[in-house]
Design a protein around this ligand. Structure first.
Ligand code: SF4
Length: 621
């Protein structure tokens, strides 16, 4: 087995309680790298098609990659499973320190099947796995659960990922929380709730085996130095303030949602400075800077704010997506209320993107008279009503009253409300659109439109390198066509999506792409001992991308029917992107073609499957 891996994964059947360990061939690791790639391989092989995503046959995986725990750039665990939001491929990932601990416990992944007869959690302790009763934890919030598990197991070093009441209630907007970091999107935390799996706890002491420690140490030293000295503007902002500082700059670009995506730029939300994480914001509210384990960027921070209406609120500082969705998207400039809504989401285990987007949608329905106070349990869902936002978060978390209408995303909310409200539901294929306008940077949007998980801002984070014409992390010299030229850009975006899949599957945080200095192929070679080239890595990325898409096709999903909401595909008549016409149909057709998929249906072509070594899929799709 190559270094960098443990060479084995764990399968836990929650119905019977049986736990089995399985070694995987080295070729599987080399072909699918780890994380979501390895997860895609295992789920495609072992999950029957068309299973109920919230039933016993869905397989929920937690995985790490070969670079997890090496300290090169953070360490994110990745979740995989069939998405109850889209009905197709689902993945989500999160930072903190759990990924490194899982790897140190001796495994590259843990997969859960079945449904437990009672609430349980898995404790994986240095190679020994045990299911433990979690009945006393059911109903507890995520902070209480993490602390409770560490307390009862008597070891503060145990890392815990868990669901809160929202995941227990199978809200499709739930998040799995660990150290205030959320793994949300794709609805996978609801799958955890459906399995009555309250938490996954792990502790390990095994060191990551590294093939060439001297070479790796030199590469890491150079990389850390480059991050320290980086002049890359977004990397510097991340290092100094975190994503909370993106709000005003992105507002200036017209990227931020305002009033459920009906207004644009600074004119649409002049008070954006009140919710932007600049020096004053950080000096006032950040009590301590924080980083995921082994991350030189360290974009996180602990936050404390004394509010007039909600007492002291403390926890993780709000991220950009949270500020945008609970802020400008709801026409709300009350930072105290955003901090409270953020903290409630963290504790109940909710995705701030979907919850904020859902409340903005509901506010539009309310304004248009489609719903009234009688429908909303007496809550006045008027634009900018900060107290109403906080009250709705509570209701969504517990599926109480009108909260039950919003608890599963805007698509299902519109189905429940009816009366033409689907026009104001900003989702693609059931997944709510994140806080980046698809017309601003087409490299970003390519991921919304062409990836196997729709409307995901984290699936195409390589756009920044593309905008500059050079993607240097890893070093790729690429031309720089006009961003509206869908034909010329398609092969570049496809290559960038290969990088994204490779990067994430290796276990890295996508923000590590910003400094543009991590020599991924060299690092992979030093860690694994393989003679790993960038070409091989890009091919693995394409293989992973294609297998995720094959999963969708096998589920009967025609991904070409996933469309951006009309409002987001239209030509803006005002603001920073006034008059910009993006041909999203051409983006999709050219994108699919560039990936080696059918331009109309998104079905991977036979020649592509053969080229990628997936010939067993030929005839299956
Ligand atoms: S950049 Fe931020 S989210 Fe990514 S690993 Fe570092 S601290 Fe965590």
């Amino acid at each position: 087995m190559a270094k960098g891996y443990n060479g084995k994964v764990l399968f836990v059947d929650l119905t019977s309680g049986s736990i089995k360990e399985e070694s995987l061939p080295e070729k599987t690791y080399r072909d699918f790298i780890g994380g979501q790639g390895l997860g895609a391989r295992i789920l495609y092989e072992r999950m029957k098609p068309k299973v109920d995503p919230l039933g016993p046959d869905n397989i929920l995986g937690f995985l790490v990659g070969p670079l997890t725990g090496t300290g090169i750039h953070g360490a994110r665990y990745q979740m995989v499973g069939k998405s109850p939001l889209t009905g197709g491929w689902g993945d989500a990932n999160s930072g903190g320190s759990l990924a490194a601990e899982l790897k140190a416990a001796g495994y590259d992944g843990v997969f859960f099947t079945g449904i437990s007869p009672k609430p349980v959690y898995l404790f994986l302790n240095d190679g020994k796995a045990e299911l433990k009763d979690a009945s006393h934890l059911w109903g507890k919030d995520t902070v209480e659960t993490e602390e409770g598990i560490r307390g009862e197991l008597g070891d503060k070093r145990i890392k815990v990922a868990c669901i809160g009441p929202a995941g227990e209630a199978k809200s499709l907007l739930a998040a799995v929380m660990h150290e205030y970091c959320a793994a949300a999107r794709s609805g996978l935390p609801a799958v955890m709730g459906s399995k009555r799996l309250k938490a996954f706890a792990t502790r390990g002491t095994k060191k990551v085996p590294i093939a060439d420690p001297g070479r790796f140490a030199a590469l890491r030293r150079d990389y850390l130095k480059s991050v320290k000295e980086t002049e890359h503007p977004w990397a510097k902002m991340l290092k100094t303030w975190g994503t909370c500082s993106f709000t005003s700059p992105l507002m200036g670009m017209g990227d931020v949602p305002i009033k459920n995506w009906t207004l644009y730029g600074e004119e649409g939300f002049p008070n954006h400075g009140k919710i932007n994480g600049d020096d004053a914001f950080i000096a006032k509210y950040q009590t301590k800077k924080h980083a995921c384990l082994g991350c030189p960027l360290g974009c996180k921070g602990w936050f404390r704010i004394k509010t007039k209406s909600y007492g002291v609120v403390e926890g993780a500082k709000p991220e950009y997506e949270t500020l945008a969705n609970f802020g400008s998207n709801c026409l709300n400039d009350d930072l105290e209320a955003i901090a409270k809504a953020n903290d409630l989401c963290n504790r109940y285990g909710l995705d701030t993107i979907g919850v904020g987007a859902g409340i903005a949608f509901a506010m539009e329905c309310y304004e248009r008279g489609v719903i009234t106070k009688q429908d909303t349990d007496g809550i006045e869902l008027t634009w900018g009503n900060a107290a109403a936002i906080v009250a709705m978060v509570e209701k969504i978390a517990r599926r109480q009253g009108f909260g039950a209408v919003l608890a599963d995303g805007t698509k299902l909310a519109a189905d429940r409300i009816g009366k033409g409200s689907e026009k104001w539901a900003m989702h693609m294929g059931g997944q709510d659109v994140p806080a980046h306008d698809p017309r601003v940077s087409t490299g970003y949007t390519w991921g919304y439109v062409c990836d196997a998980t729709p409307a995901r801002h984290t699936s195409s984070q390589v756009k920044d390198g593309l905008d500059k014409g050079v993607l240097t992390s890893p070093k790729l010299d690429l031309p720089k066509p006009d961003i509206l030229d869908m034909e010329a850009n398609a092969p570049l975006y496809a290559t960038c999506s290969d990088v994204g899949r490779l990067w994430t599957s290796a276990g890295l945080c996508i923000f590590g792409l910003y400094p543009e200095t991590l020599p991924l192929a060299e690092v992979m070679s030093a860690v694994t001992g393989w003679d790993f080239t960038l070409a091989e890595g890009l091919k693995a990325g394409r293989r992973i991308q294609t297998l995720r898409q094959a999963f969708n096709i096998r589920e009967g999903i025609n991904t070409s029917e996933w469309r951006l909401p009309e409002r987001l595909a239209a030509v803006p008549s005002t603001g920073p992107i006034k008059g910009r016409k993006v041909d999203f149909n051409a983006m999709k057709a050219n994108g699919y073609r560039a990936l080696g998929w059918d331009a109309e249906t998104g079905k991977p072509l036979e020649s592509t499957l053969k080229e990628l070594g997936l010939k067993e899929l030929v005839g299956q799709l």
